[in-house]
Design a protein around this ligand. Structure first.
Ligand code: WTA
Length: 648
């Protein structure tokens, strides 16, 4: 068992919510009443919520259609437009001059976009996309740095019913090509490059490389001039974003789409094969983005400055950097740069400079900044902060306590939010001004979310460890895997014969009913909060000419949560340069985030007699732990000894 998990198991501290402020959900009593309402009157409660929080072009009458389960449909006979809900609605309410987005670059440049300005930019972009032939239902790839144009591109897609798929800027040209092809995208929106560590991270050249083979569906590439790096230009295909937008009117009639109109595809790693395109649809996703902002963060759009540090390439960036804050008419902050540039106080300086009130980040960042020392946060005035959030992986109690004491000065509730790309928004989370918190626990399911911990037969576990599942459907759930219905069924619904959504995570319930998420139970790694499939990493390694076979496992890491450890069987003799070469190869295949931390060469891999790699055993070896797995089924017992001797 990893150290982090052992400390979580011993954790008994409890922190009561701060007094003197009435949250959107103000007490545990109110929480229980609301939960009860969902239980006794599921349809009515969701109906009222969707009517209250969304602005509809055509009202819906039907709440949930389960006829073709697990392909659920929500609010299906209603019509709306997402960008209208995020922009026009607030402008019409007289909030046009309110700041929608504050953007800061690594070099310290600051730009502010009011709702008026954002709306006109989104309209111009939508018009430009239409002129390039993008129609409702067409797919658009967005491969951008953390700049406002990324949010504008996303919103512009929604304005005309196009389906966006944002690809994280650190993914390689090959990974980008896979996604473009899988989505069958018509348009790619990118930038010349982004600012990183004082230099430039080029993006357009990656797009050129991705498009150099296949990708026949792509007609145009829209390029934002941002970093100023030299880029090649393919006449007829490449279009300058600024030129294209400049000639467009700043009005674009939003297209009213059906609630179930596809909104976006976001690729994420699974335990098998290539990344899968998680598909979300319009109304349900938007509803939950808006509501969870209020419930889990106690978001007050009139006064809060909300900062979620996630890149828009991840689901957290979609829901909580862009759609959640804007759906509420609030102010969101975007920072383009690394958290430690020019020094480890950068994030805290941004909080102080902009008066950030709600701050949301990942445990890996908290651990790294904790390690850098208290002097960095202590240099800055953090008194504007009122709620602190975390997401992406289990947070160890030490990091939680540091966040609570040193960043929040003991005043700010910590909301540990458990959710996934697939769930669209928060599933488990404390209500900051109601729920007593425990360091390392995401506490309880939000109202409306029927999450539970069950054993392998599907029976609820009242206390102890089991598998995390969600029983009833919820509006922001994934609608499928793009182009692969069977994979959707197999991955999420097969484990419990279609009765529950299986999240792929293990969790424990303590004597007070608190949920403690323990991490993935499948072959998915969580490296610095990023999901990576072991199969994906293995096939990247095996695609190198020197590699005969590879097995990848996670090893506990104090900062990243998990580090990538690869056991590699070579076709040739190892030489000194090969480790670096393989790391570079994986980086080229997938992206820099996938570079293995350790590569160990082995004569062969430990396998069972039926030929399955014994990953548990490799995990023990990678972590330098005593071997606890049963190795009696191992085909060749001597392999274990050899691998252990082959330490780097
Ligand atoms: C993990 C990120 C523990 C979990 C929103 C999940 C967490 C995966 C937490 C989803 C948390 C996310 N505590 N583990 N608060 N939040 N996870 O799709 O293993 O990038 O299945 O979505 O991250 O990662 P994804």
């Amino acid at each position: 068992m990893s150290e982090a998990i052992t400390t979580v198991l011993d954790e008994t501290r409890i922190f009561n919510p701060p007094q003197g402020h009435q949250g959107h959900i103000a007490s545990m009593q109110e929480y229980r009443t609301l939960r009860q309402q969902f239980e006794t009157d599921f349809d009515t409660t969701w109906r009222e919520l969707a009517r209250e929080h969304l602005s509809w072009r055509e009202p819906f009458t039907r709440v949930l259609n389960s006829e073709n389960a697990p392909f659920f449909r929500w609010f299906e006979d209603g019509k709306l437009n997402l960008s209208e809900n995020c922009l026009d609605r607030h402008v019409e309410a007289g909030l046009g001059e309110r700041t929608a987005i504050i953007w800061e670059s690594e070099a310290g440049e600051v730009r502010r976009y009011s709702y008026n300005k954002l709306l006109s930019e989104v309209c111009r972009a939508a018009n430009a996309m239409r002129e390039l032939g993008v129609e409702s239902g067409d797919r658009v790839i967005i491969y951008m740095p953390m700049i406002v144009e990324a949010a504008i591109a996303m919103l512009a897609c929604t304005r005309i019913g196009a389906v966006h798929s944002v690809v994280f800027g650190a993914f390689s040209p090959l990974a980008l090509r896979d996604r473009i092809e899988d989505a069958g995208a018509k348009l790619v929106i990118t930038a010349d490059g982004g600012g990183r560590r004082g230099g430039v991270h080029a993006l357009k050249p990656n797009v050129d490389e991705a498009l150099s083979e296949g990708c026949r569906s792509v007609a145009h590439v829209l390029v934002v001039r941002h970093a100023g790096n030299e880029v090649e230009w393919s006449q007829g295909r490449d279009i300058n974003w600024h030129d294209a937008l400049n000639v467009q009117p700043d009005h674009c009639e939003p297209l009213a789409v059906e609630s179930e109109h596809p909104l976006f595809i976001l690729y994420t790693s699974g335990s098998t094969g290539k990344p899968k395109g998680i598909l979300h649809s319009t109304a349900g996703y938007l509803l939950w983005a808006r509501v969870t902002m209020r419930w889990s963060f106690d978001f007050r759009p009139e006064t809060d400055i909300f900062w979620c540090t996630a890149d828009v390439g991840w689901i957290t960036g979609h829901t909580y950097s862009v759609y959640g804050p804007l759906a509420n008419g609030g102010t969101t902050l975007m920072y383009e740069g690394v958290p430690t540039y020019p020094d480890p106080g950068r994030l805290w300086k941004i909080c102080a400079d902009h008066g950030v009130t709600i701050f949301y980040t990942a445990p890996t960042a908290i651990r790294a900044l904790n390690k850098a020392g208290d002097e960095w946060p202590n240099k800055h005035d953090l008194s504007s902060l009122r709620v602190l959030g975390t997401v992406g992986e289990p947070i160890n109690p030490e990091a939680w306590m540091w966040y609570h004491d040193v960043i929040g000065k003991g005043r700010c509730p910590i909301v540990d939010t458990w959710w996934q790309t697939e769930t669209g928004g928060h599933m488990l989370a404390p209500l900051p001004f109601a729920t007593p918190t425990k360091p390392g626990s995401a506490t309880f399911p939000l109202p409306g979310i029927d999450a539970d911990i069950v054993d392998e037969a599907g029976l609820p576990i009242t206390e102890g460890g089991g598998l995390l599942i969600i029983r009833k459907p919820w509006p922001s759930m994934l609608r499928g895997v793009w182009g692969d219905d069977q994979r959707y069924i197999d991955t999420y619904w097969k484990e419990f014969d279609g009765r529950y959504y299986f999240a792929g995570d293990g969790a424990r319930r303590d004597e007070d009913g608190y949920f403690w998420v323990m991490g993935r139970v499948d072959d998915v790694l969580n490296v610095s909060g990023h999901r990576l499939g072991t199969m994906e990493l293995e096939s990247a390694l095996v695609s190198h000419e020197a590699v005969a076979e590879a097995a990848v496992v996670g090893r506990p890491d104090a900062i990243k949560g998990e580090a990538i450890c690869a056991f590699v069987v070579l076709k040739c003799e190892p030489d000194d340069s090969l480790v670096e070469e393989l790391r570079a190869h994986v980086s080229k295949e997938i992206g820099a985030i996938a570079k293995p931390d350790d590569i160990r060469f082995a004569d062969s891999l430990p396998k069972t007699r039926s030929g399955k790699i014994m990953r548990r055993l490799l995990r023990d070896i990678a972590a330098g732990r005593e071997i606890t797995s049963d190795i009696s089924t191992l085909e060749d017992q001597s392999v274990v000894q050899k691998i252990q001797q082959d330490r780097p």
